[in-house]
Design a protein around this ligand. Structure first.
Ligand code: F3S
Length: 385
């Protein structure tokens, strides 16, 4: 590929991977089991990104390993009914068409591991969405650096990634012990904890002690928040995540988190009071989360809009179970493909958004000019009903 025998597109992309490997001291290229590409929303990549992707697709670029797609800036089927701007939609659909032409799977989600791209323990990947990278590394024990959009795409086309960073055992060792001395009640608490730890340590590999129970949805909330407020792409939780027993924590620095720190995180993230809309599902909601919400909404009537963002495949399953109907009866919407942060919600008249996600709460002020109400699902539903 590097010698140009497979054409100019592969030569250029392989060169990019070689350069990246040289910068980080990689000894060789390693094959990847799958790729997850970010930089899909027209809002994030604009016209230069769109033109770059169309050019690549027109030149015959095709992925050679299973490659899934991050959320675009709108629901790809119901964008009109939801009020997404036409000019935005036209460009967004062209981006999607370019990815489709390259053979990328149209998953359109930040939770590919819930809808068909589930890696195995120790599988090497080139994923780019930060919450998915954190989940793959920490909860599954697969191995990926946090790739940029272009390097992930280059890996999808070439099938390899440079061997450095979190692909190597030595870089998966914890760098700090986080002693959690407060009970975590729901996803919002996990998000607040993640926000606080990411902000405090900024980088490295935290090893959590004191978390007695965490389900998959809570772990995805924790990792997403930590990857948003800091550059944390891997964490371990004693007794819960797969590599926690295989690493050494002796002599490490310690960070204690108690009730006061958790409250402090809520205070920092809450910048608004009266939400215009509530958007849940960051990272994209699992089927279990949608089922729980449908149950909570039973017999309620919402006064304000509520979106639950999820992957289209998850929405289809929820439809089959009658959950989407139940949520719509209460006045909520299950929105597929997109999310609060990559959708142009600031152009849709919303100024204050309620979320239960530490990641969304950290990004919404900057990316979407929103004031934020960051609470648990029960508190949010109470404010919207
Ligand atoms: Fe996913 Fe959007 Fe949150 S991409 S992790 S739902 S900001």
């Amino acid at each position: 590929m590097l010698a140009g025998e497979y054409g100019e597109v592969l030569e250029r992309n392989f060169r990019l991977l070689v350069r990246l490997g040289d910068i980080y001291g990689a000894d060789r290229m390693i094959p990847v089991g799958s790729v997850q590409v970010a930089g899909v929303s027209y809002k994030s990549i604009g016209d230069p990104g769109l033109e770059f992707l169309e050019d690549l697709a027109d030149k015959g670029a095709r992925v050679r390993v299973p490659t899934t797609l991050n959320p675009p800036g709108m629901d790809l089927e119901d964008w009109k009914q939801l009020g997404f701007p036409e000019d935005f939609a036209e460009k967004q659909l062209r981006i999607i068409a370019a990815f489709r032409k390259m053979g990328v799977m149209m998953t359109a989600t930040c939770t590919p591991y819930l809808v068909g791209n589930l890696p195995r323990f120790r599988e090497h990947l080139a994923w780019s969405e930060s919450s998915a990278v954190s989940f793959a590394n920490s909860v599954i024990g697969a191995r990926t650096n946090r790739e940029g959009g272009p390097s992930a795409l280059a890996s999808a086309l070439c099938g390899v990634t440079p061997n450095y960073g979190l692909h190597l055992n030595e870089n998966r060792q914890p760098t700090i012990v986080v002693d959690v001395k407060v009970e975590l009640r729901h996803e919002a608490d996990f998000g607040a904890l993640g926000y606080h730890v990411g902000k405090t340590i900024e980088k490295g590999v935290p090893y959590f002690k004191g978390i007695k129970h965490a389900d998959v949805d809570q772990l995805k909330a924790l990792g997403a928040a930590m990857a948003a407020s800091g550059a944390i792409a891997l964490y371990h939780v004693e007794g819960i995540t797969p590599e926690a027993d295989l690493v050494n924590v002796e002599g490490l620095e310690k960070l204690e988190v108690d009730e006061g720190e958790l409250r402090g995180a809520y205070e920092k993230l809450n910048t608004g009071e009266e939400p215009d809309i509530a958007i849940l599902g960051c990272p994209h909601a699992s089927l279990r989360e949608i089922a729980k919400l449908a149950e909570k909404l039973e017999g309620k009537r919402l006064r304000k809009p509520l979106w639950i963002c999820t992957a289209r495949a998850t929405k289809r399953a929820a439809e089959g179970m009658g959950l989407v109907d139940a949520i719509e009866r209460a006045g909520g919407k299950v929105v597929a493909d997109t999310c609060a942060v990559v959708a142009p919600i600031e152009r849709m008249g919303f100024k204050c958004t309620a979320v239960n996600s530490g990641k969304a709460a950290s990004y919404l002020p900057g990316f979407c000019k929103q004031a934020v109400v960051f609470r648990s699902i029960d508190e949010i539903l109470g404010m919207m009903a």
